[in-house]
Write a protein that binds this ligand. Structure first.
Ligand SMILES: Cc1cc2nc3c(=O)[nH]c(=O)nc-3n(C[C@H](O)[C@H](O)[C@H](O)COP(=O)(O)O)c2cc1C
Length: 212
């Protein structure tokens, strides 16, 4: 029987989605059966926000861990899988609003499951991970070491560039940013790294017959 993984993910600005694509490829190439479960907010959240005040408001409300209500998920997919990947961005040091709502409503499904957190962020992921771990532990799940991917840009350019991108202002249209800000999000090498890590993890699971 093939081992099965379900990748539960939310992505606002496509960065987690790109990582998930490579993760899925890596697991599939290693002989795993992979299902993806995309978390969809009930009310559409459009990226970019095209507004500076809306961006500031989002940063503030997410700091307070405001939940974003999500559409119902396929519980059977989670129940039947050997490994659950929980992937999403950091929002103001916390898991994103849709992932918070997922955990509030569905964390009981993680009981006795190995859960692999995947985090996409600019830089600050520890509070996010600690929150996930607490929720997974208290649901009776087995939280694995997270796979964390940060944006490879120095500060303060990373913060400025991320803010501008979310607000819908192209950082590279400003000469001072072009010099310091190559892109928003993860680079090609990081996506390759994700695929490699997925294969390593899949092979280690097959060898030991359980995740570590
Ligand atoms: C509202 C908001 C708040 C954010 N806060 C943080 C943060 O506190 N720390 C951080 O490292 N990145 C932060 N980010 C950046 C995202 O985590 C990062 O851009 C991530 O790669 C986005 O992933 P996604 O495209 O899958 O949504 C924030 C992004 C948004 C939209």
């Amino acid at each position: 029987m093939k081992k099965s993984v379900v990748i539960v993910y939310y992505s606002f600005s496509t960065q987690t989605a790109k990582l998930v694509h490579r993760l899925r490829k890596g697991f599939r190439q290693s002989g795993f059966q992979v299902e993806t479960l995309k978390i969809v907010p009930c009310k559409k959240l459009s990226f970019p926000l095209h507004s500076v005040p809306k961006t500031i408001l989002m940063m503030l409300t997410t700091f307070l861990r405001k939940r974003v209500k999500i559409r119902p998920v396929d519980k059977a997919l989670i129940k039947s899988s050997d490994l659950v990947v929980l992937a999403g961005p950091t929002w103001s040091y916390n898991p994103s609003g849709p992932i918070l709502d997922f955990l509030d409503r569905y964390s009981h499904l993680l009981k006795d499951k190995y859960v692999l957190p995947v985090i996409s962020c600019r830089k600050y992921w520890r509070t996010h991970f600690n929150y996930l771990r607490k929720k997974i532990d208290s649901a009776g799940g087995r939280c694995m070491n997270p796979l964390v991917f940060t944006h490879k840009v120095k500060e303060p350019w990373s913060t400025i560039g991320t803010f501008m991108t979310i607000a819908g202002i192209s950082p590279r249209s400003f000469r001072f940013m072009r010099k310091h800000y190559p892109r928003y999000g993860h680079n090609h090498a990081q996506l390759e790294e994700m695929e490699k890590k997925a294969k390593e993890l899949a092979n280690s699971i097959k060898r030991k017959s359980e995740p570590t």
